[in-house]
Design a protein around this ligand. Structure first.
Ligand code: G
Ligand code: G
Ligand code: G
Ligand code: MN
Ligand code: NA
Length: 248
């Protein structure tokens, strides 16, 4: 059976779940946030990774209700983590569908999480079509106090132009750069992006931090936040709560 057929019934059948990956402030060593990552537990396919079903959900439009579900679920989980920021990935299809700001406001109101604790992760491809709708929507969300993060930074096109035109609060350096940080040129690029963020007043988060060596490089060069297996793997909401308690 086609993936999109199974996907269509997966939401009413409660087959989706969210994992949460902790995000550390490098300076303080404290956990300051968590990113919600969607999982599909299909009874016939097993656990399907988002890379394999998000594109299909985008094509079929299912990403709109699915994204609304994720937003609400993530905010409800975050409500029991005092002061942690919650990061939720948002696809271009969601941003372009009218009503996205309304569903965000609804998720915040339902969970009681203040807008200042919500961060929406978008990719450069969201910004590529330069539509007025997207720009207007991002401004509206930011006006509510929500933060916008540019995800997978460095892998798209013309990243620097977007930083001038679009309201962005955070850059997430793609994990491919962190993986190759031992390479002299890659290290120079990462240092430069960290400096760029500092100059522009944009928080820089390094993704895919797996080793002490990578972490030490990022700390030595003033990167603000780190995310990756070294800090914590994507985990259940309850495990994030345990992690916070054990560190408190
Ligand atoms: O957890 P994993 O590495 O498999 O996630 C792969 C990618 O899937 C993430 O980088 C993210 O961009 C995307 N993804 C995960 N959860 C969501 C979600 O809830 N909505 C959208 N649009 N994308 C997601
Ligand atoms: O939003 P984004 O597409 O960047 O999602 C992050 C993805 O990266 C998730 O699917 C998560 O499972 C994965 N991930 C998180 N930390 C690490 C890491 O340290 N190394 C690797 N290889 N992948 C990671
Ligand atoms: O000691 P603590 O419980 O804060 O460390 C938990 C995790 O946080 C470590 O395993 C590591 O991933 C990360 N961490 C915190 N501080 C540092 C640091 O100064 N250096 C490195 N390499 N990792 C750190
Ligand atoms: Mn992300
Ligand atoms: Na990313």
């Amino acid at each position: 059976r086609a993936l999109e057929v199974d996907l269509e019934t997966a939401l009413p059948r409660h087959e989706f779940d969210l994992d949460f990956q902790p995000i550390m402030n490098i300076g303080s060593g404290g956990i300051v946030g968590a990113e919600a990552l969607m999982r599909w537990h299909s009874p016939t396919r097993g656990t399907v990774a988002p890379d394999n079903f998000i594109p299909v959900a985008e094509e079929t439009g299912l990403i709109v209700p699915l994204g609304e579900w994720a937003l609400r679920k993530a905010c409800v989980a975050a409500a029991s983590w005092p002061s942690l920021r919650i990061a939720v990935n948002v696809s271009a299809v969601q941003l372009k569908s009218g009503g996205f700001p309304r569903s965000v406001i609804s998720a915040l109101a339902f969970s009681g999480v203040p807008a200042s604790r919500l961060e929406l992760e978008i990719t450069e491809t969201v910004l590529m079509d330069e539509s007025e709708t997207v720009l207007k929507t991002l401004r509206q969300l930011r006006g509510l106090g929500i933060r916008i993060a540019l995800d997978d930074f460095g892998t798209g096109y013309s990243s620097l132009g977007y930083l001038r035109r679009f309201p962005v609060d955070k850059i997430k350096i793609d994990r491919s750069f962190i993986r190759d940080i031992g390479n002299r040129d890659t290290a120079a690029i990462v240092r430069t992006v960290i400096g760029l963020g500092a100059e522009l007043g944009i928080t820089v988060t390094a993704e895919g931090v797996e080793t002490e060596m990578q972490f030490d490089f990022l700390r030595a060069n003033g990167c603000v936040e780190a995310q990756g297996y070294l800090i914590g793997v994507p985990s259940k909401a309850a495990d994030i709560q345990r992690l916070l308690k054990s560190r408190a």
